[in-house]
Design a protein around this ligand. Structure first.
Ligand code: 1HN
Length: 373
C-alpha cells in the first residue's frame, strides 16, 4: 500500500493509529464496506405456524385486556436474526407484523402515530370495526383495512366471536429514519364523523372525478377498507394473459387518486396460484411479510424450503431469490405487505430474475420452525 520505499511500517502504523484516535478513517480501505456491489443485510427468512401464533394470541385473551392492561392486545412476530442485533418487533429491517385479538365487547382506544399501518382480517364476520378518522370500517375475513400514518384509529367489537387480524406497520423504517411519534386521543373514542364504511362504499359503484379536480399524486387513499369478496372476484377473473411468471395471478391494492400503492409507504398484494402451479424465482430490493390466506405449498428462499399451510406467516428478506409452489389440490391465496413504495420513491427498487436452471432454485435445506412451547 505504501507509495515509496521510504514509507516504513512504523510511519504507517503511527498514521493509522492517530487517525483512529481522532475518529477519522481511510476510505481507501473501507469503501467496499460502505458501498457494496449488491444489497447486504442481516434479515434472515423465517416462518411461523398459525396454530402456534393463534394459541399465544388466544391465551393473551385470558391474560390482558385492551384499553386497560394494554394499548393493543397483540402478539408480534419477532425475526430471530434481527433480535440478535437488539431490534425488537422487527419482521424485516423495515416491517413489523403482529396478530391482534379483540374479544366480544372489547375495544382499543383511539390513538395516532407516524407509522403507517395496514390490517388483514384473519378471523372475523363483520361485527368488529376499526374506526379511521371517525369512519367505522367493519372487518370481515380477508378484508384489508388501512390506517395511514397520522390517522386516528380505534377498534371495537360488537359481535360474539373472537376477531383476529394482522397488523402490518413500517416500524423499522420509521425507527431508522428517527421519525417515530405517537399520541393518544384526548378521549377513548374519536368522534364518529362519517357514515359507516363510507370510503369503500363511495367507490364500490364506480370511480369518478369532478371536472376541475386535478391529479393528486400525494393524496392518501380515500378508501380505508378493501373487501375480500372484491379481491377474490378479480383474482378469479384473471386469465392466462394476466399470469405473472414470478407472482402468479397477483393484484396490488391501490389508491384510486394516484393509481399507486393504497398506503403511501406500505405496499399490499394478494396473489393466487392454481393447484400445481410453481412460479419462477426472482429477487428484488424490497422486503415483504407473507400470510397464507388459504392453501398448502412452499416457498424456496435462497435455496431453503419453507413449507406453509393456511394461516402461516413467513419473512421474505430483501434481495433474496424466491419462488412459490402450490402443492395442494385447491387454489393457494397469499397476502403480503412490503416496503416497495418506499424503495420506489427513493429510486432504490431493482429486481432481477434467476437465470440458472430454467429459473428454479435447487432445494438445499428445509426450514423447521422452532416449536419449543
Ligand atoms: C398500533 O397502533 C396498532 O392501532 C397495532 O391496532 C399494532 C404496533 C406498533 C405500533 C402501533 C393498532 C401496533 C400499533
Amino acid at each position: 500500500m505504501a507509495k515509496s520505499e521510504s514509507i516504513t511500517k512504523e510511519i504507517l502504523d503511527h498514521y493509522y493509529e492517530g487517525m483512529k484516535r481522532n475518529h477519522l478513517g481511510p476510505l481507501w480501505f473501507d469503501l467496499g464496506h460502505m458501498v457494496t456491489k449488491e444489497p447486504v443485510h442481516d434479515v434472515e427468512p423465517y416462518l411461523w405456524k398459525w396454530s402456534t401464533i393463534r394459541e399465544y394470541a388466544l391465551k393473551a385473551g385470558e391474560l390482558v385486556e385492551p384499553g386497560k392492561d394494554a394499548e393493543r392486545r397483540v402478539v408480534y412476530l419477532q425475526n430471530p436474526s434481527l433480535l440478535k442485533r437488539g431490534l425488537i418487533g422487527y419482521g424485516t429491517h423495515t416491517l413489523y407484523a403482529g396478530i391482534q385479538l379483540l374479544l366480544p365487547g372489547e375495544y382499543a382506544p383511539s390513538h395516532h402515530h407516524s407509522q403507517s399501518a395496514i390490517r388483514f382480517i384473519i378471523e372475523g364476520d363483520d361485527k368488529a370495526y376499526t374506526a379511521v378518522n371517525g369512519e367505522k370500517i367493519y372487518m370481515e375475513r380477508g378484508d384489508v383495512v388501512l390506517t395511514p400514518a397520522w390517522t386516528w384509529h380505534e377498534h371495537k367489537h360488537e359481535g360474539t366471536e373472537p376477531v383476529f387480524w394482522l397488523d402490518g406497520l413500517d416500524v423499522g423504517l420509521v425507527r431508522t429514519m428517527a421519525a417515530s411519534f405517537f399520541e393518544q386521543y384526548e378521549k377513548e373514542f374519536y368522534p364518529m364523523e362519517a357514515p359507516e364504511n363510507y370510503s369503500s362504499q363511495q367507490f364500490s359503484m364506480g370511480v369518478f372525478k369532478k371536472l376541475n379536480e386535478a391529479p393528486a399524486p400525494d393524496e392518501p387513499s380515500p378508501i380505508f377498507g378493501y373487501k375480500y369478496q372484491r379481491a377474490h372476484y378479480l383474482l378469479d377473473q384473471m386469465t392466462e394473459a394476466d399470469y405473472d411468471p414470478f407472482d402468479g395471478y397477483a393484484l396490488e391494492y391501490i389508491n384510486p387518486k394516484t393509481n399507486g400503492s393504497a398506503d403511501a409507504r406500505i405496499g399490499t398484494m394478494i396473489q393466487k396460484l392454481k393447484s400445481g402451479q410453481q412460479t419462477k424465482a426472482h429477487r428484488h430490493v424490497h422486503s415483504a411479510i407473507y400470510h397464507i390466506i388459504e392453501g398448502t405449498g412452499y416457498t424456496i428462499i435462497d435455496g431453503q424450503k419453507f413449507e406453509w399451510e393456511t394461516g402461516d406467516f413467513f419473512i421474505l428478506p430483501p434481495w433474496s431469490h424466491h419462488e412459490h409452489v402450490n402443492t395442494g389440490s385447491c387454489d393457494a391465496i397469499l397476502f403480503s405487505f412490503n416496503d416497495k413504495p418506499v424503495m420506489e420513491k427513493l429510486q432504490l427498487e431493482f429486481s432481477e430474475s434467476y437465470e440458472q436452471n430454467d429459473g428454479h432454485q435447487v432445494i438445499e435445506k428445509v426450514f423447521v420452525p422452532n416449536q419449543t412451547v
